[in-house]
Each structure stands twice: as C-alpha cells, then as structure tokens.
Design a protein around this ligand. Structure first.
Ligand code: PLP
Ligand code: COI
Length: 355
C-alpha cells in the first residue's frame, strides 16, 4: 500500500533533552490509516502531528475499544537510528486487536511505515545518553454508534515522543508496594492485551501509590489475590536463593513484555537458569525473612531495567540490594542498553536499522 506524505509547514522548536521527561513532547509528524469492512486497511498517510476530529459518539469514548504499543528508536554513537525488535510490538498489537475484536495489521507494512515516519522526523531522535524516541502505535474504534457492539471502523495511528527516563529516579531503585485491594486483570479478561481499559482500571491504585511516595504498585492475581503478576508498566523478576524467577504468563492476565522476553533470552544465553513460575507474596516474604530474597527488578520499554529497592506488603517492608542497584540489574541494564544504543554486539539479530 502506498503511503501518502504531507509534510508540515510549521516545524516545531525542539525541547532540550534535559527538559523532556516522558511522553509530553511530540514530533512534527504522525502516521494514520483507516479500516472499514468494505475497504480493509486503507488511506495510509504521514501527516503533520495534530488534533484529530472524531464524533463524540465514537466507540472508543464509550466502550474503550482501544489497543496500543510502546517501543523505542535509539540514536547510535555514529548518528544512525535503530529500532529494537519492532516486529514483536506489532505482533503483540495484533494479539491485542484480536482480543478487542478489532482487525489485525500487516506486521511488515507497519515496520516499514514506522521507519518512514522516523526517517522524516529523524532530527527529533535525542542524542543525549539515556534518551530515546518513544513510539506509540495505537488503534481506536471509531464507529459513531452508542449500541454496545463491535466497531465497524477503526483508526490506526503512530505518534512519536522524544523521552528521557520513565521514572524521575532514573536507574536508581524504585519503591513499590503490593496492591492489597484492587486487581488489574483476571483469567479470561484482557490482562495479556495492551488495551487502555487495563490502565484506566489501575489509575486509582497509582494515585494512591503516588500519594504515599511509591513509584508504582505490584499487582496480585485477580482470583486468589496471592500470586504476583506485574507492575503498572513493567514485568518483574526476583533473585531468590541465587535463582532467577519471574511470574509465568500462561494464565493470560499478565502482559507478555518484550523486554521480559529479551531478558530471559539474555540470561539463558549467559548460562543462568530462569524459572517462569507462579510466585505468591507469602513465598516472597518467607524468602526475605530467610535472607534468600536478595534482588528484584522490573523490565519494560519505558522503564528499561528498573531495580526495586523497597517492596512493601501491607505493613511489612522488604529492603533489597541495600537500596542500591543490584548486581544482576546493572549487568542486564548495561547489556540491554548496550545492544539498543549499538554500543555492544547484537548476537540475537534484535536491531532493525532505520537510517
Ligand atoms: N507490563 C505492563 C502492564 C506494561 O504496560 C508494560 C509496558 O509496555 C510492560 C509490562 C513491559 O512490556 P515491554 O517490555 O514490552 O515494554
Ligand atoms: C511501555 O513501556 O511502553 C509502556 O507502555 C508503559 C506505559 C504505560 C508508559
């Protein structure tokens, strides 16, 4: 499919990298494409970044038919730009779309469209250490119809945002508490899909965490409220008695993170054993009391590798790695960011060059 390009007449001034933060600044262009039953995906365009006009009756506003992705483009030392496993993100978008009863996309076409968009906005990819271009592809149900049934029209967009660290603390350890009340997802629900509703349902818990000075909450399973699932924007790993463990994703309530998958592949490549299993919060507390639970970190595109220095459950505090960056967290951070920024070899073929 041909992609029509309309360039902006009003390029914006760039925000200095030191003032970027996360997700508040957008580049000059965006990609958009439409879907309906008669024409399938059509009208692929790169246009100036700007507001879009939608009927207030659109499906997405009332019934949350929405899916999204998050990936990054990185600037290498010699000025080139590269992506990290972009096909994985568009495959996951398709899994999310299938769950939300929306049409799937051609993964190869999406990667090409993304590369073209980034090439046009290449000047926006930050040069500073630890900064990158965050990419947000998303689909919305656009049928103007208040009947609660599947949308017959969909819009797919990709917007780009130059970013710094997700957490204000950067690579410094974050504090997290185990959410004792609310749940995020249940078996058979939409936990494995990246859909706005999962995040809307978690905002109240996030507000409460913010108010108590915690970065995020650690969700327990929605049925028995005892198995560890994931954090608001990251999957989690634990080092217990020298073993590396992470919650298994087979129950469909956890987002299958691409950083999680990459970290497991890296660790196994290095010869570590990684156990994907069900872990209860009681297991964690017991291991902590026995001095066996020594390190915890989160993994995510936005969060990269994020060491956890404090994990609280009800009124019990587990202090990890002396509040410092754990040894394994640092090693993984160095390797993963080394591959992403082109400073280290890419033995797995994860990197896709853009320009
Ligand atoms: N879990 C949730 C709920 C997330 O929002 C994210 C971020 O995308 C992750 C895990 C990590 O996924 P990934 O490594 O693909 O970014
Ligand atoms: C990402 O890491 O890409 C995410 O989507 C997390 C997001 C909630 C900021």
């Amino acid at each position: 499919m041909e992609i029509k390009v309309q360039l902006t007449d009003h390029p914006k001034a760039k925000t200095p990298d030191s003032e970027l933060g996360f997700g508040r600044v957008f580049t000059d262009h965006m990609f958009t494409m439409d879907w309906d039953k008669e024409n399938g995906w059509h009208n692929a365009q790169i246009v100036p970044f700007g507001n879009i006009s939608l009927s207030p009756a659109c499906n997405v506003f009332h019934y949350s038919q929405e899916t999204f992705e998050g990936l990054k483009a990185y600037r290498t030392a010699d000025g080139h730009i590269q992506l990290f496993r972009p096909e994985e993100n568009f495959k996951r978008l398709n899994n999310s779309n299938a769950r939300l009863a929306m049409p799937t996309l051609d993964v190869g076409f999406c990667v090409e469209a993304l590369k073209k968009l980034i090439e046009i906005d290449q000047a926006w990819v930050p040069y500073s250490e630890g900064h990158s271009l965050y990419i947000r592809p998303f689909c919305i149900g656009t049928e103007p119809n208040l009947g609660a049934h599947n949308t017959t029209t969909v819009k797919f967009l990709i917007i780009l945002s130059p970013v710094g660290a997700y957490y204000a603390s950067g690579l410094n350890p974050v504090s997290i508490y185990v959410e004792p009340r609310y749940v995020r997802a249940v078996r058979g629900g939409t936990g494995f899909a990246k859909t706005g509703g999962n995040y809307a349902a978690s905002m109240l818990a996030q507000e409460e965490a913010d108010a108590q000075g915690f970065s995020q909450v650690l969700w327990l399973d929605g049925v028995e409220q005892k198995y560890i699932e994931e954090v608001g924007a990251m999957n989690v790993f634990f080092v217990i008695g020298g073993k590396i463990m992470t919650p298994s994703i087979t129950h469909g309530s956890i987002l299958p993170g691409i950083t999680r998958k990459s970290v497991i592949e890296l660790l196994r490549h290095w010869g570590y054993e990684v156990e994907e299993t069900r872990i209860t919060v009681d297991d964690l507390m017991e291991a902590y009391k026995e001095g066996k639970f020594t390190e915890m970190f989160g993994t995510g595109t936005a969060a990269v590798i994020s060491p956890v220095g404090l994990l609280r459950y009800k009124d019990y505090d587990m202090k990890l790695s002396d509040g410092k960056i754990g040894e394994l967290s640092q090693k993984l951070y160095d390797e993963l960011t080394g591959i992403q920024w082109g400073k280290r070899p890419d033995p797995f073929g994860w990197i896709v060059p853009v320009c």
